[in-house]
Design a protein around this ligand. Sequence first.
Ligand code: ADP
Length: 172
Amino acid sequence: MSQKIAVYPGSFDPVTNGHLDILSRALRIFDRIIVAVTTSAHKHPLFTVDERVEMLGRAVKPLKGASVERFDGLLVNYAKKKNAVAMIRGLRVVSDFEYEFQMALMNRHLSKKYHGAGSLEAVYLMPDEKFTYLSSTLVKEVARLGGGVESFVPDFVRLKLKEKFDMSRRDS
Ligand code: ADP
């Protein structure tokens, strides 16, 4: 039987335990998940794509079936190239819903237009409650202000955040 492959796209700036919770759940449904790091700079990421890919690579190492890549361009085309049948996204709170709903329907439209109906489904997963208030943005803000983020990210990510903000404090 052919493998069921999904892509999990996002900025992952940086990867958090919430992302990893979603990934573990998705791996129970799919044989392979490709975590796809967006290269788009419009969000002014704190970490470069290389840094984000490197941190994710370390974080997913224990998770069988997960791999990490960068991607640019249309997600539907990238997913097709990878033979993925679904894209994974996480839903934390109601405020995620509106944007995710729009994005899912736009991707459905594009997917149908370029690759035929039903070629890519959006699969939304809910994290453990303890991650519902967690976002990369909040983690960066807490770390920037010198707060502890050890409950929210893998330890090497915590150190990378510290390094980044120590460096910017030195430079300012
Ligand atoms: P993007 O900029 O594409 O939203 P993110 O890295 O912020 O990229 O998030 C990637 C995906 O992971 C999104 O679907 C987001 O909703 C989900 N996600 C992020 N943080 C969490 C969390 N704490 N719990 C569950 N899902 C999350």
